[in-house]
Write a protein that binds this ligand. Structure first.
Ligand SMILES: [Zn+2]
Length: 245
């Protein structure tokens, strides 16, 4: 058997051990006091280095352009684009477990290059897994399905489409964990639609919510993901908080 040569300790360890063998000298003696003192010195040096790094990063951060104004938390800001406003809508139990943040707005966003035409056709609302989702309007369920059966984790995952005949709109709920309705069913405002999940193209648990004009809305198989919502989408934030509370 070949025996690996014993490696010399690194200079730091050598220095730490005072270049002498003091391990075998238990108790309080000058060598061990020196080791403790050197240990404290190393902790201090690391601490100062971290403080200096933090200061450097803050200076570099100060030289970067400011974040866009839409990057603001607060109940009043429902921006298109990046989002991160509080989304306290009746889609979720108000002030309940689902009360959460809009993590991506409508249209062209910092992340929308991954979608067809670089366009995010709804808003994303981060919420806890399993949070119940309610329809903010009465209507008819016109479609339910699961795109993961066609293109795993590339599409909308489990979805529900509800037509609101009063306003001529279709509400689209996607990435659901569970679906609580079936196609053809009439639903009252406030009915349970399903629960928040992580199906389809997801980087985190959230509800994708779109609104389409009912006129011309169809479900068509186009991109290998099974039936897709096809029609004119509109900015949901123009409707949530007004016709849908
Ligand atoms: Zn989305």
């Amino acid at each position: 058997m070949k025996i690996a040569p014993r490696k010399n300790p690194t200079p730091v360890i050598k220095w730490f051990l005072c270049d002498r063998c003091c391990i075998s000298s238990p108790g309080i003696n000058e060598y061990n006091i020196i080791i403790v003192a050197k240990g404290l010195l190393i902790v201090l040096v690391v601490f100062i280095a971290l403080v200096a790094l933090d200061w450097t990063l803050s200076v570099v951060g100060g030289m970067l352009p400011p974040l866009p104004s839409s990057f603001a938390f607060g109940p009043s800001a429902y921006p298109s684009g990046l989002g991160l406003a509080i989304g306290d809508f009746s889609l979720f139990d108000k002030n309940g477990v689902g009360r959460s943040y809009i993590t991506q707005g409508y249209g062209i966003t910092p992340y929308s290059a991954i979608y067809p035409h670089d366009w995010h056709d709804g808003i994303d609302i981060a919420a806890v897994y399993g949070a119940p989702i309610y329809t903010p309007t009465a209507g008819t369920v016109i479609a339910t399905g699961d795109q993961d059966r066609y293109c795993y984790h590339r599409g909308f995952g489990k979805y529900v489409a509800i037509e609101d005949p009063v306003h001529g709109l279709v509400l689209w709920f996607a990435h659901l964990g569970t679906i609580a309705v079936s196609a053809g069913q009439s639903v009252a405002s406030g009915s349970l639609v399903g629960s928040v999940g992580a199906t389809g193209l997801e980087t985190g648990t959230h509800l994708h919510f779109s609104i389409f004009e009912a006129s011309g809305f169809t479900m068509e198989a186009r991109d290998g993901c099974g039936p897709e919502p096809t029609g004119q989408d509109v900015n949901p934030l123009a409707y949530l908080g007004s016709i849908y509370d």
